[in-house]
Ligand binder design. Sequence first.
Ligand code: GLN
Length: 449
Amino acid sequence: ITSKDLTQDTLKTINDSEDTYNAFVTVNKDAVKDAEKVDADGIKGSLSGIPIAIKDNILTDGLLTTASSKILSNFMPVYSATVVEKLKAAGAINAGKTNLDEFAMGSSTETSYYGTSHNAWDTTKVPGGSSGGSAAAVANGDVVAALGTDTGGSIRQPSAFNGIFGIKPTYGRVSRWGVIAFASSLDQVGVMSKRVEDSATVLSTIAGHDDHDSTSSNKEVPDYRANLNKDMTGIKIAVPKEFWHEGTNPELLKQIDATIETYKKLGATVEEVSLPTLKHAVEVYYVIASSEASSNLQRYDGVRYGFRAKDVKNIKELFVNSRSEGFGDEVKRRIMLGTFALSAGAYDAYFKKAAEVRTLFINEMSAVLDKYDLIAGPSTTTTAFGIGDKIDDPLAMYMNDILTIPANLAGLPAASVPAGLADGMPVGLQLIAKPFDEQTIFNAAYALQ
Ligand code: GLN
């Protein structure tokens, strides 16, 4: 099979399924041309000729990049993110840009300017978010893999909701250059796929140091796929009791318990631990993430990028009207929350306090990981919820992230692995590892496949 055939087939599949899932904001019309070029050049890289979808908050040179916001609805990047350049160098074909919650703020894709995406298992349900388009695209078979970003769970939660594998690497493992910033101390690009092997290949391809991102690590990038192995003997797994908290769907927990039993049978040891600060994780995250977002989003002023309000009388009105008309409600809520938390009178009580509690939490997690190889638990407290169920209740939506936020606050690698069904909907097991130990996560996920 040539890449051209494969890419044509992929575009047709996407075209046929878009009415159902709305997984893409933009399909790459040049994909077939790109594939012809790869065919002509011969197999050069690890992803030669393979179509991959890219979340639409990752810049693609000459291909519309919107972050699913009206304010960037006409934004054409003049360069590509490092991860996109790396995929291209490995021969991958950019299939198109996937839908997300506006600026990756949300857990359902319902805040997208382009409308919600739909869960691949039940189209009346959300696909999760913010990388919901990537999850729906992979789960319904449009592409074998997609890039997502994860600031507080945006790769793992939609992966769990759609029954696929999704990994958020260690903070610094992957360059953030050219990734539209939401919360810079938490954001990280990762991969979603049905098969663990495919995410392993893609992560090895996109990881590594980048001169454009001083937070990217110099650590050597392993060949995760070549190193895959299913041996769980001697692997020490910690299960934090707070991850089994009341209110979590009991059917979902049954699947998680059964999966952890499987690990025991495969030779792992499992022990209960405690992460007492987990109960504050959501508050800490929403203060820090919103503060960083309020600062990062200052650049959208109607002058430099994208949408510009019409009929304005002066520069102030240009700023105010462009932002008022260009941002959706959730983004405005975060900007106001963040601006407040950083303001002179509130900084000590909110931002500084949140940063202190974050440190406590980091210490708690590292103490556990000093003794264990993996932390395991559910990725989410529920399976995919109905479209419309939580969108008018921001606090319920925020609480939904309680189990995924810890790994971002501590910068740790974490994944969601398919772990059966509860009430007919997919369940995700979350695995968190030591910094830069993505391999142990891949292996443990592979052991279940
Ligand atoms: N749901 C979380 C939020 O809304 C996380 C989003 C993300 O990881 N990008 O902030």
